[in-house]
Design a protein around this ligand. Structure first.
Ligand code: 13P
Length: 332
């Protein structure tokens, strides 16, 4: 048993309480490799933003859960080296799908876990979430749960259909499970193709897809039921068109990739939404950089030359999200 406290990590409780009061959201960035982690920590340290490092199922399969945990431990020391005296870094399990997995993360030094039982019938979701909460809280590890179903594909989590969270269920769910935060479905979606062209309109000038707005009425109704309760938005990449265009111009093929407009995420950040999950945008930044370097310098074969540029692209992206979208700069 390793406590996250020994590793210098923090859970989400205080982060979320401050974020709700302060009208901003904490960035939850997924990481799979060293460059991504370096970029996240540099961006958070330079902007003095609290940050949540997320480990998804795909990341665990790709990079190994043990290695990722040690990398997060190293990230705390790296943050200090960068001059961030008291780093506010949370290590979070993204989309945990069983009690055993959540337990293993709690036992191994994660400071927060998500149990995603949203695809199960309501009562089963409650029972499994409560089991994880009862275990995790013994070690002061915070637990995120989910109600409602997001569309989209994220690593091994996918759903063809979505349904919004039902506001009339949230009080019962939060009370009976004891969860610390609730991921809800209000129209966000995982991946770089969040909406089909049929769900969007087209900007007549650019020909780009304009996505349907998020269901802020559902968010408002949830906040009315659970005043001051931490709400989480998954699937919140905005799929920056500059990266999509760069990728497509340099041999890529991402037709009609579209995300959540940043103004809507900015608006959500000012409410009880206090954790916003972003993964796809950094994949796009990474891919755009690698394509750019390899197109401009076909003779390049040193991975540091293109992964280094990818790291710079991702750092810029993370800083932009922190400062201009989530408003979490200066809060750690
Ligand atoms: P995106 O695919 O929109 O980046 O969402 C990531 C996410 O929700 C991770 O849980």
């Amino acid at each position: 048993m390793v406590s996250y406290k020994e590793l210098g990590l923090v859970n989400t409780r205080e982060m979320f309480a401050k974020a709700i009061k302060g009208g901003y959201a904490i960035p939850a960035f997924n990481f799979n490799n060293m460059e991504q982690l370096q970029a996240i920590i540099k961006a958070a340290a330079e902007t003095k933003s609290p940050v949540i490092l997320q480990v998804s199922k795909g990341a665990r399969n790709y990079a190994n859960q043990t290695l990722l945990r040690y990398m997060a431990q190293g990230a705390v020391e790296y943050a200090k080296e960068l001059g961030w005296e008291k780093p506010q870094i949370c290590l979070h399990l993204d989309h945990g799908d069983s009690f055993e997995l959540c337990k293993s993360c709690v036992d191994f030094g994660f400071s927060s876990v998500m149990i995603d039982a949203s695809s199960l019938p309501y009562e089963e979701n409650i029972a499994l979430t409560k089991k994880v909460v009862d275990y995790a809280h013994q070690y002061d590890v915070t637990v995120e749960a989910e109600l409602g179903v997001l569309a989209g594909v994220e690593d091994e989590v996918s759903s063809a259909v979505s349904h919004y969270t039902k506001p009339e269920e949230v009080v019962d769910f939060a009370t009976r499970t004891g969860c610390d935060s609730l991921a809800i479905s209000i129209g966000t979606s995982h991946g770089a193709y969040k909406f089909t062209p049929e769900q969007c309109t087209r900007d007549p000038k650019t020909g780009k897809l304009v996505p349907p707005p998020l269901a802020f009425d559902v968010l408002d109704a949830i906040m009315e039921q659970l005043p001051g309760f931490p709400i989480v938005l998954h699937g919140s990449s905005s799929v920056p068109q500059e990266y999509v265009d760069m990728i497509n111009a340099m041999g890529g093929k991402l037709p009609d990739a579209v995300g959540i407009p940043e103004e809507q995420l900015r608006k959500a950040s000012k409410s009880a939404v206090c954790k916003i999950n972003i993964d796809s945008d950094s994949r796009l930044a990474f891919t755009a950089a690698v394509r750019k370097v390899l197109t401009e310098k076909p003779g390049e074969f040193d991975p540091r030359k293109y992964c280094g540029v990818a790291r710079d692209f991702m750092e810029e992206l993370y800083k932009h999200k922190i400062i201009n979208v989530l408003g979490s700069d200066g809060k750690a």
